[in-house]
Write a protein that binds this ligand. Structure first.
Ligand code: GTP
Ligand code: MG
Length: 281
């Protein structure tokens, strides 16, 4: 009797992907990459000059991927050097320093630079972005908290990780999740799979949380004019409470925003006199 030929294990093609790093100078882009690839940390600041290029093979799930990493210089001086490296990218590591608010505020400018360089036909929708809130080891000087960073990232459909290149916190987890999402993107014909698009909260909820966080006083927080009546305060409160109630809203920071709205309403109502009831005729 003829023996069955041994079944050949199906081998999946290894992937080749391009990844870039983005973010202000000195936020830790090179150190994050070094921590992952070389398992070490360099405390001395050695600014990247233009671009650093490296290639590495990684195993993610059952796949081997060959990653070409372009580590960009964050300094504005190198704009001319880095601008041609944005195209044909599957993944972006977007880094800010949690102790440096300007580096967080600059994330929008980095996205705008990439969008401009990709031109009108470039598609940022089909790129995997991971945001690294870096240097979480030095919490003494933290100026951007987790919910603020997470909200910024997740409301755009980006991944978010708290990282420290110094201690290694979050680094492996970040790269594994990032590469895994890139594999899903490639398997889906270069398009972000629909399952990764839904964030579980609306833009209206994200905008309300951001506005509450940046409000200057209780009036501003509820979105009413100073001197508003009890009715106006209550109406504004009810609208926000429905939008942000922790049972209904999963957006990062919603619980704090909800508490802040409750406190603002209490503080305002304390100082607004109720309308005197009209004497009955
Ligand atoms: P450019 O190449 O100029 O764009 O900077 P970069 O973003 O690549 O920064 P780099 O990785 O060179 O790190 C800048 C400085 O921050 C260095 O002195 C690092 O040692 C330090 N650094 C990087 N990551 C961390 C971290 O997680 N924690 C702490 N405490 N320091 C870090
Ligand atoms: Mg660098």
């Amino acid at each position: 009797m003829e023996a069955n030929p041994p079944k050949r294990k199906e081998t999946r093609k290894s992937l080749r992907v391009k990844v870039i790093s983005m973010g202000n100078a000195e936020v830790g882009k090179s150190c994050i990459i070094k921590r992952y690839c070389e398992k070490r940390f360099v405390s001395k600041y050695l600014a990247t000059i233009g671009i650093d290029y490296g290639v590495t093979k990684v195993q993610v799930r059952d796949r081997e991927i060959k990653v070409n990493i372009f580590d960009m210089a964050g300094h504005p001086f190198f704009y001319e050097v880095r601008n041609e490296f944005y195209k044909d990218t599957q993944g972006v590591i977007l880094v800010y320093d949690v102790g440096q608010k300007e580096s967080f505020d600059a994330l929008d400018t980095w996205l705008a630079e990439m969008k401009q360089e990709l031109g009108p036909h470039g598609n940022m929708e089909n790129v995997v972005f991971v945001v690294c809130a870096n240097k979480v080891d030095s919490t003494k000087h933290r100026s951007v908290d987790e919910s603020e960073g997470r909200l910024w990232a997740e409301s755009r459909g980006f991944l978010y990780f708290e990282t420290s290149a110094q201690t290694g916190e979050g680094i492996n987890e970040m790269f594994q999740t990032f590469y895994s999402a890139i594999i899903d993107l490639c398997d889906n014909g270069g398009k972000r799979p629909p399952s990764s698009m839904g964030v579980g909260f609306t833009k209206e909820q994200a905008d309300a949380i951001r506005r509450i966080r940046n409000s200057k006083d209780s009036w501003d927080m509820l979105g009413v004019k100073p001197g508003a009546t009890r009715d106006e305060v209550n109406k504004a409160y009810r609208k926000l409470a429905v939008l942000l109630h922790p049972d209904k809203c999963v957006a990062p920071g919603s619980e704090d925003a909800f508490k802040a709205v409750v406190n603002a309403r209490t503080a305002l109502l304390k100082n607004i006199k109720s309308c005197p009831t009209l004497p009955s005729t």
